[in-house]
Design a protein around this ligand. Structure first.
Ligand code: ADP
Length: 311
């Protein structure tokens, strides 16, 4: 109910501005046209300076309104194209684990299967279910954030404990060699934050770092350091990197860097959007950096530091 009301409100707000701009520009253009026509028809010399200033200001407002309208149209077109590619990615994200589960279930029907083969299929299906459920969690989280329905349970959270859990979950899901993801941080370091949100953020960042690395060379470092009343949690990889021109856009909803290296990997473009929104709602921020394509990526989340462990 609340979600629908806020969605309607957003839709209303998103059409009010372009309509308002269009009406203003249209009204002023008509007023200018009528005014100038009357002056020309009467063949009067333009004596009033205030009338002249009013005409020039109106003209500038019309040009400004048209420029703003064009910008809104471009923004809307970008959003539509991002939504199209999101729908393609969602279809893929839902269909591929389902197809894999179906195949595993059909294989399980074979009576001659050995117990270890059954176990292998069971683990495979569990992995697919995990992949589906973390994807659904991300979509729901994005929807909660967008509808302003996100509430947090703030407490002092040991970062190392959460980071270790997330690293284990990603390693299980992506089946990477041991030691591919390395963690360095004081065990005592705490963030003053929501543990579930911290876990969602770290899982997303570590998963991205592994996913966007070359499969034969996954080297991911997870660090956390204290800076006064804040902690910086950093996930650094040596993967495909991000073109510097796209750095500002990667945390936009549904945005994926338009490159073959990214397209060939599954994804929907909501992970970093969720991480950024969560970090901001927890009084922190997200910073994404890369030296460019092929030079790896460094993603840093700043959060308030936990009180208990402060020296
Ligand atoms: P996706 O589901 O596509 O991974 P995200 O929101 O997590 O969505 O990331 C948005 C985009 O940012 C990705 O599609 C990718 O282009 C880029 N990106 C994110 N993390 C990394 C990384 N560690 N290395 C390279 N590119 C990344």
């Amino acid at each position: 109910m609340f979600g629908r009301r806020s969605k309607n409100h957003r839709q209303f707000a998103s059409v009010t501005l372009p309509i308002g701009l269009g009406v203003t520009a249209g009204g002023l253009t008509i007023a200018l046209l009528v005014g100038w026509t009357l002056i020309l028809a009467r063949n009067e010399p333009l004596q009033s300076t205030s009338l002249l200033v009013l005409g020039i200001v109106s003209y500038i407002v019309v040009i400004g309104a048209l420029a703003a309208l064009s910008w809104l149209v471009v923004r809307q077109m970008r959003e539509v194209s991002r939504q199209d590619s999101f729908i393609d990615s969602v279809t893929h994200e839902l269909k591929s684990p389902l197809a894999s589960i179906r195949l595993a279930l059909e294989t399980l029907e074979r009576p001659q299967l050995k117990p270890e083969q059954r176990e292998q299929l069971r683990v495979m299906m569990l992995g697919d279910v995990d992949r589906l459920s973390s994807f659904i969690d991300d979509v729901l989280e994005a929807s909660r954030i967008l509808h302003g329905r996100k509430s947090h349970l703030i407490q002092d959270v040991p970062i190392a404990v959460v980071a270790r859990e997330c690293m284990a979950a990603v390693a299980k899901r992506r089946t990477i060699p041991e030691g591919s993801v390395v963690m360095t941080m004081p065990e005592s370091l705490q963030a003053h934050t929501d543990p579930t949100a911290l876990s969602t953020m770290l899982r997303n960042l570590i998963d991205n770092a592994v996913k966007y690395s070359k499969p034969e060379a996954v080297h991911v470092a997870v660090n956390a350091e204290a800076y006064g009343a804040q902690v910086a949690i950093t996930v650094r990889d040596q993967g495909i990197g991000i073109p510097r021109s796209q750095l500002g856009r990667v945390s936009e909803r549904f945005f994926r860097v338009p490159s073959e290296a990214v397209r060939s990997r599954p994804g929907t473009g909501i992970g970093l959007f969720v991480v950024k929104a969560l970090a901001q709602s927890l009084g922190g921020r997200l910073v994404v950096d890369s030296e460019g394509e092929g030079f790896g990526t460094t993603v840093r989340v700043w959060l308030p530091r936990g009180d208990d462990e402060r020296q």
